[in-house]
Design a protein around this ligand. Sequence first.
Ligand code: ATP
Length: 423
Amino acid sequence: MIDAVEKPAIFITPDYRIQAVNQAYKDTYSQQIYTGSSHCYEISHGASEPCDRHGEDCPLLSCAQSGRTARVVHVHQTPQGKQHCDILMRPIRDEDGMTLGYLEILDRILYASAEVAEHKMVGRTECFNKLLNRINRAASSDISVLLQGETGTGKELVARSIHDASERHSKPFIIIECAGLNDALFESELFGHHKGAFTGATHNKKGLVEEADGGTLFLDEIGDVPLHSQVKLLRLLETGTFRSVGGLQPKRSDFRLICATHKDLLQLVEAGEFRQDLYYRIAGLTLRLPPLRQRRDDIPLLIEQFLGTGYKGHKTFSAQAMQCITAHDFPGNIRELKNLVEQSVLMANDDVIWPEDLPVALQERGEVQGTAITSLQEHEQQYLTRLCQTYQGTPEELARQLGVSARTLYRKLQKYGLKLNKS
Ligand SMILES: Nc1ncnc2c1ncn2[C@@H]1O[C@H](COP(=O)(O)OP(=O)(O)OP(=O)(O)O)[C@@H](O)[C@H]1O
């Protein structure tokens, strides 16, 4: 049975021992596999204990507990380095319903990496692995996908990865940036136009929907599409047909739709700014991209990725600079981190990047949120000193925001010899 599986596969008993293995699995890992005695975690992780004892979700354990198929993304140790694998674990039962063991089938994820890899998404935190799991599910179907995430979280990269991992990968991946398009522009971009359809239409132009035939259409900033254009988009999605501007013949295009937004679309629906019927059409599967501040452990790997191998690759961030960076909240997410790496490389005089080479805002964060333990009183003093320099309101307003009485605030200011701007 296991030889009939094309992907790398093993059959394991509840004590994690490999009882059967196919050739694709043997080809994936460098270690010798002894059927009946090798453990799955030794081969895939080079570990001496099951994954759940290292803080990872163990698919065998969840399969055993729920009695149902489990699917998780893990980072495996292969001869090519650390690689993300999408694991499918299925319980195998005898005629009486007794679990005999588990069939594990692996799908190597080629668009992402747990190590530095050019043009790939990198990361190894739990929430990144969960995102890869959702991307893989989306890629294996033709469902419409909605990507929700703050600016710079990697929505375009995820859209491209879904396309690359899908059956449409050899066909076009077409991006439409919806922000800033009015109804006329949106229609002509999407559906194309005929010569003479409007002033300036000097020739026939194919629309991007037609260009995407067979492939994937990615609508970035879908929340910015004007209401009138939303009706046209809905018609396209419901009928699969469209008419170019000035054209009479309906045309057909077969594409997978991926949309992205940093806005809360359901809130826009409630406010009457986004059509509810369109929302349900585009949100077949919603993927939420975590902000960088929720995956801080990926920051060192992302920095390494952005330093790359060229002249920048010789540079390193000092521990103090790293402390400032990891304390920062990154409202601009991965894009902000990428720019920060570029900037600091330029500012650094030698191969080591120091806090003074970072933007001033980050240098201050490092001072306040460094990992060295300091007394609470010291923090209070530093915090109030900073507030005294920057706060623009009255002392009474500040006291209210700090959750103390005005008298307490005055007492503290006096204790540290501080004075508010306005007092
Ligand atoms: N996991 C990742 N690994 C490496 N680089 C990444 C990763 N995610 C995003 N990036 C890089 O970060 C930058 C921003 O990503 P991207 O443009 O995909 O974000 P976005 O969410 O689409 O942004 P916006 O909302 O502003 O359109 C790009 O240069 C991209 O290559």
